[in-house]
Ligand binder design. Structure first.
Ligand code: 8YV
Length: 314
């Protein structure tokens, strides 16, 4: 029996390619995103995408595949997919939640510790010989006992909060509704959250509804001794306001795994010494990426078998 046809976007690790090719007839989306380069017969017969979420999946692309029924996203965030259009066409969308929660939360905590204790700068201090020539590294700041705000208490935000609670911190959070967490303080506005904490962990989902949610006002409320960590999406922050706040010392420091216009980020990020930069690697471990690939394939298999999808987004 012939294998179901799928269109794969971007590249996959070897441990994904082999099973994907074993299970499906895999066609590759051209790197330039021009569907016109694909044979008409391929476009007609493809019913599912193995999508990676780093490019925009708009109605133009979807409409070029008249029998498309599923976009299986590799990643928990699906903000680059026009889900409204997909819904209107009866195209289902799946993502890969839960399997990456721990690694994303771990790196968020790691970024916070790295930026507040300047772990990278201190390592370079030793490596450069300055420890011997110039003495002790400058004192840094503790997170123990700090008031920490979690912007967005979904799976990842809650995992971050649970981790940071172990540092004897006072956890506050912002969400669209009160999650009834007895030991944590709920704020129904981000400005109120930022006014009451010294550290802000951005964990909201990406998409139109959270665009620039972390505004200049929120950054001002966090204040000059504030620290911001973004594990969510670059789009969730007014990036110009964040750059200005950091450059003018209206914010103490930031740790970023996500940015606008990745990977060609604003060059000003590269010269600021109060910013820790990470290359959007929160889910970037072998173990987690293997689980993500497996879950994406499970969704594809369920779709072609006419069974309920494992992790539909709607
Ligand atoms: C992806 C991400 O996991 O899962 C997400 O939403 O932000 C990313 O870390 C990764 O880019 C998949 O290639």
């Amino acid at each position: 029996m012939s294998k179901p046809l799928i269109l794969s976007f971007e590249t996959y690790d070897s441990w994904d390619i082999a099973p994907m090719q074993e299970l499906f007839e895999v066609h590759q989306m051209p790197a330039n995103g021009d569907v016109r380069e694909l044979p008409e017969a391929v476009k007609t017969h493809i019913k599912a995408f193995a999508f990676k979420g780093h490019s925009t999946l708009d109605h133009n692309i979807m409409d070029a595949f008249p029998n498309l029924g599923l976009v299986a996203n590799y990643g928990v965030g699906y903000d680059t997919i026009d889900v409204t259009h997909a819904k209107s066409k009866g195209i289902q969308v799946t993502n890969t939640p839960d399997v990456l929660t721990n690694d994303v939360a771990d790196l968020a905590v790691g970024m916070l510790l790295a930026v507040t204790r300047d772990i990278v700068g201190a390592s370079n201090w030793v490596r450069s010989g300055k420890w011997a020539s110039s003495g002790a590294y400058p004192l840094q700041r503790t997170i123990c006992g700090a008031s920490i705000g979690i912007a967005g208490l979904g799976r990842i935000g809650e995992a971050v909060a649970n981790r940071l609670q172990a540092f004897e911190t006072d956890i506050h959070y912002y969400a669209r509704s009160d999650k009834n967490k007895p030991h944590w303080t709920y704020h129904n506005s981000l400005v109120s959250l930022a006014e009451n904490v010294s550290i802000l962990m951005v964990c909201v989902s990406g998409g139109p509804e959270t665009k620039q949610l972390i505004s200049a006002d929120v950054l001002a409320a966090l204040g000059p001794d504030g620290v911001l960590v973004n594990s969510a999406r670059g789009s969730t922050i007014d990036e110009e306001a964040l750059i200005t706040a950091l450059e003018t010392k209206q914010l103490r420091a930031a740790a970023l795994d996500v940015y606008n216009n990745e990977p060609n980020i604003d060059p000003r990020w590269l010269t600021m010494n109060n910013v820790l930069l990470q290359p959007h690697q929160s889910s970037g471990t072998v173990e987690t990426r293997q689980r993500m690939g497996a879950l994406q394939r499970e969704n594809l298999l369920a779709f072609f078998a006419g069974k309920p999808l494992i992790t539909p987004v709607y």
